[in-house]
Each structure stands twice: as structure tokens, then as C-alpha cells.
Design a binder for this molecule. Structure first.
Ligand code: DGP
Length: 113
């Protein structure tokens, strides 16, 4: 399958990986939009949120728990952070392998405060 995130999950393409287990991989975004910009993906190829099945509930829950762990390890727990999942064209989805953006290290809203 010609999917860049499947290739990262399989170790065929390099990435700055912060976490890897049988179900999930987390790595730094190639084009960071914040001082901390991580992507958390399931190793299973799921194209979009619209393609989730009931059997994916556990892995989606684990994605949120991993986001929590990574946010803390990146020092984001005091000031907070943003979690985003883009879906299809109007959502701004570029890579069609489900991924959770973890953004932090600067105010994510405007005006900051
Ligand atoms: P989205 O627009 O939600 O589909 O976000 C896709 C993100 O993936 C985007 O912020 C850039 C990032 N990205 C695309 N290709 C690569 C890659 O090869 N490596 C890494 N680390 N990130 C990538």
C-alpha cells in the first residue's frame, strides 16, 4: 500500500519517533506548526475518522492516553496543548492515514492570553 504513514509505522521511511508499540506510533511532524508538533497514528491503516469500526474503539482510546503521556513528557501539562484530527478535504486532511496532531509550546488561539 502506498501510504507514507504505513511506511513510517513499518520503519521503511525514517521519522523522529518518540513512541512505538504494536498498535501505535508517535513521531514529530515534518512541517511543525508549533514548538511541539507530534503525530500519533495507529499502525493499522485507517483512512479517516469516517472509516472507524467498533473494533477500533480500544486503539482510539489508547491514542488519547498516549497523547496525554507525550504531552506530559514534552512539558505541556501546565500550559496545555491542542489535539486535532483532520478529516477529508474540508478538514484539511493531507495524509489519508488517520492521525492525531498534538500541538503545543505556544498559544494555539488568537489573540493569545
Ligand atoms: P493532515 O493535514 O492532518 O493530513 O496532516 C498531515 C501532516 O503530516 C502534516 O502536518 C505534515 C505531516 N507529514 C506529511 N508527510 C510526512 C512525512 O513523511 N513525515 C513526517 N514526519 N510528517 C509528515
Amino acid at each position: 500500500m502506498d501510504c507514507i504513514f504505513c511506511k513510517i509505522a513499518a520503519g521503511e521511511i525514517s521519522a523522529d519517533i518518540l513512541h512505538r508499540d504494536a498498535d501505535l506510533v508517535a513521531f514529530r511532524d515534518l512541517r511543525p506548526q508549533a514548538p511541539v508538533h507530534l503525530l500519533i497514528i495507529p499502525t493499522k491503516h485507517i483512512e479517516t475518522v469516517l472509516d472507524l469500526q467498533p473494533g477500533d474503539d480500544a486503539v482510539m482510546g489508547r491514542m488519547l492516553r498516549l497523547a496525554d503521556d507525550l504531552a506530559r513528557s514534552q512539558g505541556l501539562e501546565e500550559k496545555g496543548f491542542r489535539l486535532v484530527i483532520n478529516c477529508k478535504a474540508h478538514g484539511g486532511q493531507e495524509v489519508y492515514h488517520l492521525h492525531l496532531h498534538l500541538l503545543g509550546g505556544r498559544p494555539m488561539h488568537w489573540p493569545p492570553g
